[in-house]
Design a binder for this molecule. Structure first.
Ligand code: ADP
Ligand code: ADP
Length: 226
């Protein structure tokens, strides 16, 4: 089954805004996929629906063949989400943030302690494991968001504009982390409004504008059209 299969998805907000107008797309297992589009295109709405934070108006979403409406918790176990806003507790240490997150997802504590060390090392944050998160640099905070989502070893990692508003050095550090996550076998989907970001990271992409997918295919094919 595809890692993500979206079929004729629609979302109309209560105020009448049609944020998604019959969006269909498919992402293969192992892919590094970008959803590229300008502000207001519907990227956050799409991610909200896939991660069960926003109710769809119509259509279906399957994660590795599991329908999110029919088997919500099974589907959510396959998925890790990195939201746009940094939302961990700044007064906890990175180590505690990861261990507590895993605990929330039902992981036994002994295992969580081991996983937290692995993920902090992978995100090059092991040296900062015991400091207060408030003192981390912007780039470290962003990498901690990724490490946290990876704690449960999701098969699909979804990131909503992971590098919005961060400078190029921080962006490059995050790209490195994400490439390693993908190389280790995790399917990665990110939204972005930077073509450069999609180009440096992704094999396949979809371009979304005003709630509709206007192009979809391999990065190389789409670049040749621009
Ligand atoms: P993004 O940075 O993804 O474009 P926005 O800045 O448009 O997101 O929106 C920030 C937050 O406000 C989101 O939680 C979004 O759901 C909400 N929001 C955006 N537009 C509206 C709107 N027209 N009415 C109500 N809430 C909105
Ligand atoms: P993007 O992430 O690509 O910037 P969004 O999904 O945030 O796009 O927004 C798509 C459209 O839906 C925009 O017109 C936005 O104002 C609107 N929108 C987003 N969230 C809400 C909301 N909670 N209520 C009403 N309108 C919203």
């Amino acid at each position: 089954a595809p890692a993500l299969e979206i079929t004729e998805l629609r979302k109309t907000y209560d105020n009448g805004v049609e944020a998604l107008k019959s969006v269909s797309l498919s992402v293969n297992p192992g892919d590094f996929f970008a959803l590229l589009g300008p502000n207001g295109a519907g990227k956050s709405t799409l991610i909200g629906v896939v991660s069960s934070l926003v109710n769809a108006s119509a259509g279906s979403v399957k994660v590795f063949g599991v329908d999110i409406a029919k088997e919500r918790s099974a589907a959510m176990r396959l998925l890790g989400l990195v939201p746009q806003e940094i939302n961990f507790n700044m007064f906890e240490t990175p180590f505690d943030i990861l261990v507590n997150y895993a605990g929330f997802y039902g992981m036994p504590r002994a295992q969580a302690l081991v996983r937290a060390e692995e993920e902090l090392k992978a995100a090059q944050l092991w040296g900062k494991a015991r400091v207060m998160s408030r003192t981390l640099s912007g780039g470290m905070k962003r990498r901690l968001m990724i490490a946290r989502a990876m704690m449960t070893k999701p098969r699909l990692l979804i990131l909503d504009e992971p590098t919005a508003g961060v400078d190029i050095e921080i962006r490059r550090g995050m790209w490195k982390t994400l490439k390693e996550v993908n190389a280790a076998g995790t399917t990665v989907i990110l939204t972005t409004h930077y073509l450069e970001e999609a180009e440096s990271l992704c094999r396949n992409l979809a371009i979304i504008d005003r709630g509709q997918i206007i192009e979809q295919g391999p990065m190389k094919m789409l670049l040749s059209k621009l």
